[in-house]
Ligand binder design. Structure first.
Ligand code: NAP
Length: 252
């Protein structure tokens, strides 16, 4: 893939303040795209923009709660105002809950489903309107290999991620004739703040590593190239797919 393959393109990345989303946003910028970064923590977004400016890239911070319909509308409006178009949407924002079902409060269930599913619905609908009208675009949803497996203590999270995989297929077929490709990535364990509680527990971490044939967690830099492929011409005839990147965990 050409190093600046996304020159002239505009990307929106949710949950880009830290973790996987930040690395993805950086990779899109390095590939030449102008990038709008969105999450609820303005300081993290501002530091991404400063970093990108220093490297000669173009980035815009729009503090956004993806569950808030009005905020998502503003995210799209401000991106169009700043960059004039949108070509790529990376739905990466997400939250995790790890609790036995019998102990889970309904509010916690709702928080996970709302953030991970309602959020992706709102952003895809708001950005998708422009992609469909434009007759081109890429939507890349960050699901999880938990959406493909039965995982104790993670029902809400796994259900939300399975929902994202189904949503990916639905929107792929709905928008295929509009030349908008919708694909998903399903990462396994990557060391980020999302699983910091797990990684602080050495026995639990060892158990997780035993379940991963590669015997390690992934690094964000190992996910970003797949986003670049799905964001570029490589995916022009590929839609509705979910690519699993998990060191073999779900292949056993
Ligand atoms: N790390 C893993 O092992 C792993 C594995 C499989 C899938 N994933 C998925 O990868 C994605 C990124 O996770 P990560 O590991 O990078 O986690 P992370 O470091 O906790 O980052 C999550 C990001 O989502 C944002 N976010 C959360 N709720 C939001 C909301 N309501 N509105 C807007 N942004 C929101 C967070 O920002 P604010 O809190 O500032 O809003 C943060 O930027 C998630 O969808 C996660 O499910 C991660």
């Amino acid at each position: 893939m050409n190093g600046r393959a996304l020159e002239g393109k505009v990307a929106v990345v949710t949950g880009a303040g830290r973790g996987l989303g930040r690395t993805i946003a950086g990779a899109l910028s390095e590939a030449g795209a102008a990038v709008t970064v969105a999450s609820r923590t303005p300081e993290q977004l501002a530091s991404f923009v400063a970093e990108t400016d220093a490297l000669g890239g173009r980035a815009l911070a729009v503090p956004t709660d993806v569950t808030d319909e009005q905020a998502v509308r503003e995210l799209v409006d401000r991106t169009l105002e700043a960059f004039g178009r949108i070509d790529i949407l990376v739905n990466n924002s997400g939250v995790l809950s790890s609790v036995p079902l019998l102990e889970q409060q309904a509010g916690d269930w709702d928080r996970v489903i709302d953030t991970n599913l309602r959020g992706i619905y709102l952003t895809t609908r708001a950005v998708g309107r422009h992609l469909v009208e434009q007759g081109s675009g890429k939507v890349i949803n960050i699901a999880s290999n938990f959406g493909l497996m039965g995982v104790p203590h993670h029902a809400a999270y796994a259900v939300s991620k399975a929902g994202i995989i189904a949503f990916t297929k639905c929107m792929a077929v709905e928008w295929a004739r509009n030349n908008v490709q919708v694909n998903a990535l399903a990462p396994g364990y990557f060391a980020t703040e999302l699983n910091s509680a797990l990684r602080a527990d050495s026995a639990a971490t060892a158990k997780v590593l035993r379940a991963i044939p590669a015997r390690r967690m992934g690094e964000a830099a190992e996910l970003a190239p797949w986003v670049l492929l799905l964001a570029g011409a490589a995916s022009d005839f590929m839609t509705g797919e979910t690519i699993v990147i998990d060191g073999g965990q779900s292949a056993r």
